[in-house]
Design a protein around this ligand. Structure first.
Ligand code: ADP
Ligand code: TYD
Length: 203
């Protein structure tokens, strides 16, 4: 089973991905926890080009190509081999992030995103958990980390609001695999909803 966590910056994806992996391992499943951009050595190198530096360092079109190059490496070296070995793969972000961050915030580039995805990636998660919360609170959480990876946070609040709307639209477009989860609560309450959604989808 291939599970992705999505949402705006600071919505708690990495926290929930970790809690979900722990819960599933506790129930006896073999779990691989990974992330994008990154999740394989080459893809982690591309990550640094994307998350550091000036917001206007790359155009949205160039970002689509860089994120897709990183995703292809992640797919070849981490996602596909582990799914083939029968493991549950949980990824902190996947192609929906490109659909929203590059496809729906700086003009309508969704056609370009979908075309490149179809040619180079061509697969979707079985289940996508979208962590949904107020962008102002999420931005405060994210920037408080001072990770040095704030290129997308530095686009500011209107950008984060557009992202939230984009994720809502995706949930409407792919109701079969997407679940919206209220992420403006305590971590344990969110984790319980996340685990329930995964258990309902497990074969
Ligand atoms: P993301 O991966 O979506 O950017 P993180 O899981 O890294 O989010 O969380 C961002 C920050 O918010 C971290 O400092 C984390 O400890 C904190 N955090 C995560 N979940 C919650 C929550 N439910 N309530 C309050 N703070 C949280
Ligand atoms: P991430 O490490 O998940 O950031 P955060 O913890 O702040 O949520 O991802 C790095 C940034 O890359 C994040 O701001 C979202 C952005 N991103 C895209 O713009 N497009 C993509 O396809 C992906 C995977 C991430």
């Amino acid at each position: 089973m291939f599970i992705s966590l999505e949402g705006i910056d600071g919505s708690g994806k990495s926290t929930q991905a970790r809690l979900l992996a722990e819960a599933l391992r506790g129930a006896g499943h073999d779990v691989v926890l990974t992330r994008e951009p990154g999740g394989a050595p080459g893809a982690e190198e591309i990550r640094r080009l994307l998350v550091e530096g000036d917001p206007d360092r790359w155009s949205a079109e160039t970002e689509i190509l860089l994120f897709t190059a990183a995703r292809r490496d992640h797919l070849e070296r981490t996602i596909r081999p582990n799914l083939a070995a029968g493991k549950i793969v949980i990824t902190d972000r996947f192609a929906d992030s490109t659909r929203v961050y590059q496809g729906a915030t700086r003009g309508d580039l969704r056609g370009l995103v979908d075309g490149i995805h179809a040619l180079a990636i061509g697969m979707e998660p079985d289940l996508t958990l979208i962590l949904d919360m107020d962008p102002e609170a999420a931005l405060a959480r994210g920037l408080a980390r001072r990770s040095g990876e704030d290129r997308f946070e530095d686009f500011g609040l209107p950008f984060q609001k557009a992202l939230r709307d984009g994720f809502h639209a995706l949930a409407d477009q792919f109701p079969g695999r997407c679940r919206l989860i209220d992420a403006g609560r305590a971590p344990e309450a969110i984790a319980a909803d996340v685990l329930a959604a995964v258990q309902a989808a497990l074969p």
